[in-house]
Design a protein around this ligand. Structure first.
Ligand SMILES: CC(C)(COP(=O)(O)OP(=O)(O)OC[C@H]1O[C@@H](n2cnc3c(N)ncnc32)[C@H](O)[C@@H]1OP(=O)(O)O)[C@@H](O)C(=O)NCCC(=O)NCCS
Length: 218
């Protein structure tokens, strides 16, 4: 304990503290502030404060989409990342729109980037710690299983893909028949109230008018 107190006393007024604080502040501006000025956002995405966003001028986030804890969404100088509506991301997901050049005989760090855009459809779920590599497109409704690495485009809507490299391992089951589907009006109204506060009139689900969002909440 005494040793740690001494350490604090010794370094608290040192120039190293100033340098460390300046770095932390600089990275905070770079990682947390700068991208907000340039990212293209449709409406009310949920972006966790620990997410890392790079080249935000080339990132397009759809309506009600979620970038979760510790996700990396790294577009590139000349390659976009386009995210659809209602996208779900587990924690630790990585989307990288560029690769280092990998020719042998010269350090990779000095080689040209290989850039290619990533496009993710609507209603896609990227499972925890999955990775999506440059140039891949993922169709609407796809589930990428936890830990998968998507290296080729997934064109089949509603497919479940998993593994490294990601391959189709299943298909989303159909929703129950329309007749047996009873909408949870309270939940839908609460969701609408939270995400679309501008909606004040009756809410329609599957063509049926169910309730006024605010009325059901109270
Ligand atoms: C892909 C997923 C949705 C499938 O769930 P499920 O339909 O309940 O699947 P099951 O557990 O019945 O497994 C079905 C098959 O897929 C395989 N599978 C499941 N998850 C897998 C994964 N992450 N990677 C590879 N294969 C997987 C199973 O081994 C099984 O194979 P088998 O039929 O040969 O035995 C689920 O496993 C998953 O990865 N969820 C992501 C969880 C997550 O990231 N949560 C964060 C919160 S957003």
């Amino acid at each position: 304990m005494g040793k740690h107190v001494l350490e604090v006393v010794r370094y608290v007024f040192s120039p190293h503290l100033v340098v460390a604080l300046a770095y932390r502040f600089g990275y905070f501006i770079h990682d947390q502030v700068l991208w907000r000025a340039t990212i293209h956002i449709k409406n009310r995405p949920r972006i966790h404060p620990t997410a890392s966003i790079r080249c935000a001028h080339n990132i397009y986030v759809g309506n009600n989409s979620h970038i979760n804890h510790l996700c990396c969404v790294w577009a590139s100088k000349n390659a976009k990342i386009i995210l659809g509506d209602n996208l779900l991301m587990g924690p630790g997901v990585g989307l990288f729109a560029s690769n280092h050049g990998i020719l042998a005989g010269q350090p990779m760090t000095f080689q040209e980037w290989k850039e290619a855009s990533i496009v993710i459809g609507d209603d896609v779920w990227l499972g925890a710690h999955s990775v999506v590599t440059a140039g891949t497109h993922i169709a609407n409704g796809v589930i990428v299983a936890a830990g998968a690495v998507v290296t080729r485009s997934i064109t089949q809507e509603g497919a479940i893909v998993g593994g490294i490299p990601a391959k189709i391992i299943g298909k989303r089951p159909e929703a129950p028949e329309r007749d047996s589907y009873v909408p949870d009006t309270r939940r839908i109204a609460a969701f609408t109230h939270e995400h679309h506060p501008d909606v004040v009139g009756p809410i329609a689900v599957g063509g049926e008018e169910i309730a006024d969002g605010h009325a059901v909440l109270h």
